[in-house]
Design a binder for this molecule. Structure first.
Ligand code: ASP
Length: 432
C-alpha cells in the first residue's frame, strides 16, 4: 500500500474508533478513557505533531540559507520576494472577496436568526486585543536570532536566514565552504523529515481517534448554513481558483497538482496547523512538484507564516454571518474594509490551530461588529480549522509553483511525473 493509502486508512479507522468511543460514553475513570484515549492515543498524536514541529526551525533555517546563498549569487532575491509576497496578498484578497460574495448569496446568518432566538445556547466569547500594525512590523526583525529560533518566531528566522544566505553568497571562499556544509546539512534534514513522514499513518490515527471521540456534531446543526457556506467557499478556492491560477499564470496542468499534494493535505487536515505541516509541504513542493530549493525554501515557509487563504475565507463568511445574525447592514465600504483587514489578519495569523478565530476579532472590530459573535461559530471551528488549514497549505504550494515556473526554477520533468518523490518507503527519494 502506498503511504497515502495508509494515511487515509488510518484516518478512516481512527475516526470510526473515536466515534465508537464517543458513542460508548465511557466515564472519565474507565480504564479505556484513562489509559487508551487520554494515555496512549493522546500521547501518540502529540508526539507526532511535536516531531513535525521539531523539524520546522532547523529545516527552514538551513534550507533557506542554501536557497538565499544561490539566489544572492544570481541577484534575483528582490524580484522573487516581490512576486511571492504579491501573489500571496493577491490570492488572499481573492479568497476573502469570493467568500463574501458566496456568503451574500447564501445568507448564512438570516437562517440562524430565525431558529435561534435563544442566544444563550451559544458559547460566550470575549474579544482579545490584537497587536498594532507598527508592533507587528517591528516584530519581524530579530534582536536575537537564537531567541527567535528557540521561540519558533518564523518571520524572524526567515529574515535572519535570508540575510545570512545573502552574506554567504558574497563572502568568497569562506562563503563557498560554509554553503557546502549547509547543503549537506539540508540533505540530512530532508532525510529526517522522510523518517518522520513514515510515522504519519500512526500519528494521524491517534489524532483522528481523539477527534472522533471529542468532536460534537450537534454543534454543526446550530450553524449548519454557515458551516456549509465556509466549506463550499474553501472547496471552490482549492478546486477552481488555484487550478485556474496554475493554468493561466504558469501554463501548468492543474490535473497533476492536487494528487501530488495528498500527503501534506492529509497532515494539514489532521493537525489543523500549517506550521506543523510545513516540513511535509516543503518536501512535497520540492520532490513531487519539482520546485527548486531556491524558491521553495523561501516561498513555502513564508507562505506558511503569512498566507492563509482558507482562514481569510472563514473570516469573510463569518463576518457576513455575524452581521446578518445581529441585524447589521454592512455597505460596500465595510466589505472593502473586510477584504483589506482579512488579508492583513491572514498575515498576522499564527500557523497553529484555532488562531484564525482570534484574528477574526480584528476584522469584526474594523467594521463595528460585536466580537461576542465569535461565540456563535466557535463550536464548529475545530472542523472548519482542519479544512481551512488544508486550503492554506495548498495556497502556499500553488504560489511556490507559479513563482518557480516564472523564474525558470521548476523542474518540469518532476512536475509531469506523477510518481516523482513518492518512493518514500525505501527512502530513495530524489536528493534535494
Ligand atoms: N489553523 C490554521 C493554520 O494553521 C490557522 C487558522 O486559521 O486558525 O493554517
Amino acid at each position: 500500500m502506498s503511504l497515502t493509502q495508509r494515511i487515509l486508512l488510518a484516518m478512516v479507522f481512527g475516526l470510526i474508533l473515536g466515534a465508537v468511543l464517543q458513542w460508548a460514553d465511557l466515564p472519565q475513570e474507565h480504564f479505556l478513557s484513562l489509559y487508551f484515549l487520554d494515555g496512549l492515543i493522546d500521547s501518540g498524536g502529540k508526539i507526532f505533531v511535536t516531531l513535525l514541529k521539531m523539524m520546522v526551525v532547523p529545516l527552514v533555517f538551513v534550507s533557506l540559507i542554501c536557497g538565499a546563498a544561490s539566489l544572492g549569487a544570481t541577484g534575483s532575491v528582490g524580484r522573487l520576494g516581490g512576486k511571492t509576497i504579491g501573489l500571496y496578498l493577491l490570492t488572499t484578497a481573492m479568497a476573502v472577496s469570493m467568500a463574501l460574495c458566496m456568503a451574500l448569496v447564501i445568507n448564512p446568518g438570516l437562517d440562524a436568526t430565525e431558529d435561534s432566538n435563544d442566544k444563550s445556547q451559544y458559547t460566550a466569547y470575549e474579544g482579545k486585543q490584537a497587536p498594532s500594525v507598527k508592533d507587528t512590523l517591528i516584530g519581524i526583525f530579530p534582536s536575537n536570532p537564537v531567541k527567535a529560533m528557540a521561540e519558533g518566531k518564523m518571520l524572524q528566522v526567515i529574515i535572519f536566514a535570508l540575510l545570512m544566505g545573502l552574506a554567504l553568497s558574497q563572502a568568497g571562499e569562506a562563503g563557498v565552504r560554509i554553503v557546502s556544509f549547509f547543503n549537506d546539512l539540508n540533505s540530512v534534514f530532508m532525510k529526517m523529515i522522510t523518517m518522520v513522514i513514515m510515522l504519519t499513518p500512526y500519528g494521524v490515527f491517534c489524532l483522528m481517534v481523539k477527534l472522533g471521540a471529542t468532536v460534537g456534531l450537534e454543534e454543526i446543526g446550530k450553524v449548519f448554513v454557515y458551516f456549509i457556506t465556509v466549506t463550499l467557499a474553501l472547496l471552490f478556492h482549492a478546486c477552481i481558483v488555484y487550478p485556474s491560477l496554475l493554468k493561466t499564470l504558469a501554463g501548468l496542468s492543474p490535473r497533476l497538482f492536487l494528487p501530488k499534494m495528498k500527503e501534506p493535505l492529509l497532515v494539514a487536515l489532521s493537525t489543523a496547523s500549517s506550521g506543523a505541516t510545513l516540513p511535509v509541504t516543503l518536501r512535497t513542493v520540492q520532490n513531487k512538484l519539482g520546485v527548486n530549493n531556491n524558491v521553495a525554501s523561501f516561498a513555502v515557509p513564508l507562505g506558511a507564516t503569512i498566507n492563509m487563504d482558507g482562514t481569510a475565507i472563514m473570516q469573510g463568511v463569518a463576518t457576513v454571518f455575524i452581521a446578518q445574525y445581529f441585524g447589521y447592514d454592512l455597505g460596500l465600504a465595510a466589505y472593502l474594509t473586510v477584504i483589506l483587514t482579512a488579508t492583513l489578519a491572514s498575515i498576522g495569523t499564527a500557523a497553529v490551530p484555532g488562531v484564525g478565530l482570534i484574528t477574526l476579532t480584528l476584522v469584526l472590530d474594523q467594521v463595528g461588529l460585536p466580537v461576542e459573535g465569535i461565540g456563535l461559530i466557535i463550536g464548529v471551528d475545530r472542523l472548519l480549522d482542519m479544512l481551512r488549514t488544508a486550503v492554506n497549505i495548498t495556497g502556499d504550494a500553488t504560489v511556490a509553483t507559479v513563482v518557480a515556473k516564472s523564474e525558470g526554477q521548476l523542474d518540469l520533468d518532476v512536475y509531469h511525473d506523477s510518481e516523482a518523490g513518492s518512493a518514500i518507503d525505501g527512502m530513495s527519494e530524489r536528493a534535494v
